[in-house]
Design a protein around this ligand. Sequence first.
Ligand SMILES: Cc1cc2nc3c(=O)[nH]c(=O)nc-3n(C[C@H](O)[C@H](O)[C@H](O)COP(=O)(O)O)c2cc1C
Length: 312
Amino acid sequence: MSIDAREFRDALSCFGTGVTIVTAVDSTGAPVGMTASSFNSVSVEPPLILWSVTKAALSADAFRMASHFAVHVLGAHQVQLSNQFARSGGDKFDGVNYRVNAHGVPLLDDFSVLFQCETWAVYEGGDHWIIVGEVKEFHREKIPSLLFSEGAYASATPLGSTQEEAAELAEVGRDPIENTLIYHLSRANTLLVSEFHRAISAQDLTLPEWRVLTALNAVDGAQDIEALHLRTSLHPNALRDLVYTMQDQGLCHRALRGQKIFARRTEKGAEIVRKLMRVAARYEAEALRGVSQSEAESLRNLLRQVIENTSQ
Ligand SMILES: Cc1cc2nc3c(=O)[nH]c(=O)nc-3n(C[C@H](O)[C@H](O)[C@H](O)COP(=O)(O)O)c2cc1C
């Protein structure tokens, strides 16, 4: 079987990960850093971790040669920092607070978990270097970590129990958390959204494809990767692959103008959006069974108000 690189990357992106920034110093003493999701645990005794760096990265040699490095597992509030360290070249540390450890390795002030490592082994793995580190010191802040899945940043919301389990729990006795707005919003969201996600899969669509389709449907003309990135929050690299795959499926038209990639909706894509919006309306009607029109309108307004209050 010959492996199509784009489809391979796309399949790999289904494996959700955390996001880290790995730092070290190069041979001239300058700090180097890059965003990496390839971080993983290896061994507890001795304490080993690994990550892999593409040979194409400007800092690849610095990391390969470094005797020490640090891995910062990012918190859910650090998307902007992740993007800053994912841009190749330039001064990634500009405006970032950090100190250096005894080996000159930059330690960022803000993180969810920090692992300070000594390089234990470096292996060649195709177009990447696999770097194994022995953890010498680590520090954990109890804040939610940033996640990355299917080309998009995310934060974890534990999947709620099934409806049956929830009913059983309700009979057993009421948990005080169940009286909070946070509980009700999160449960209603989990139940409604997971049902809608099944409808999306039934159209043979992935969630990122659905997000791109709705973004394309919002305007008549073509949109470039940057515009799609702003509308969908999907990472530009993932979007570049995605519009290719979606073109193959007839879901969008793709065009190259100069260096820029543009995508435009197709009739097939627009039809799928219309179909799924009808499904969404059916789910919504079902979820609002027994609720009057004016109550439903009030609910929407209240939720809008909650969103506005919390996004300030
Ligand atoms: C979420 C995310 C995860 C990434 N993970 C890796 C990774 O594990 N290994 C890698 O080599 N590049 C990864 N990258 C890309 C690098 O961050 C990017 O190539 C980096 O800017 C290279 O910097 P340099 O060329 O200045 O050394 C990732 C990018 C993002 C946005």
